[in-house]
Design a protein around this ligand. Sequence first.
Ligand code: FE2
Ligand code: FE2
Ligand code: FE2
Length: 166
Amino acid sequence: MRRMTEDNMKSAFAGESQAHMRYLIFAEKAEEEGFKNVARLFRAIAYAELVHATNHYNVLGMIRSTAENLQVAIDREIYEVNEMYPAYNAVAKLQEEKGAQRSTEWALQAEKIHAAMYQRAKQSVESSKDMPLGTIYICSVCGYTSEEEFDRCPICGATKEKVRKF
Ligand code: FE2
Ligand code: FE2
Ligand code: FE2
């Protein structure tokens, strides 16, 4: 692909990805405020942005086999754990930005678990088997990710009602 087109596709992928996430976040808020149809509008359009992001990503040749995709996911999670979040957290501390300190710490803790889970998935997929996996529990406050049910989130202390199951 020619360079300017490649740069444009990457930038369009980033923009659509952020729009997708932003609309899902806005949908949650609309739901909380009792605007059910507005929430549905945000979710539907978030899905259209996912389609756009997928198409740009595909044009870039970035969609590969699941084993390769898992390696990409592992590399990114490990980068976040070892470099990105420790650096962001250090700056947040230095600048006494409490909110940023907390959100980077919460993310860092969960990304460690994500990296490990993806590693396990990759091992299974490489021997042509789906991974053995039970219910996954996610804390909706901090994103803590666990394969075991918990009463209180060990990272943020949130109670059971805050857990979402997958
Ligand atoms: Fe779009
Ligand atoms: Fe993650
Ligand atoms: Fe939590």
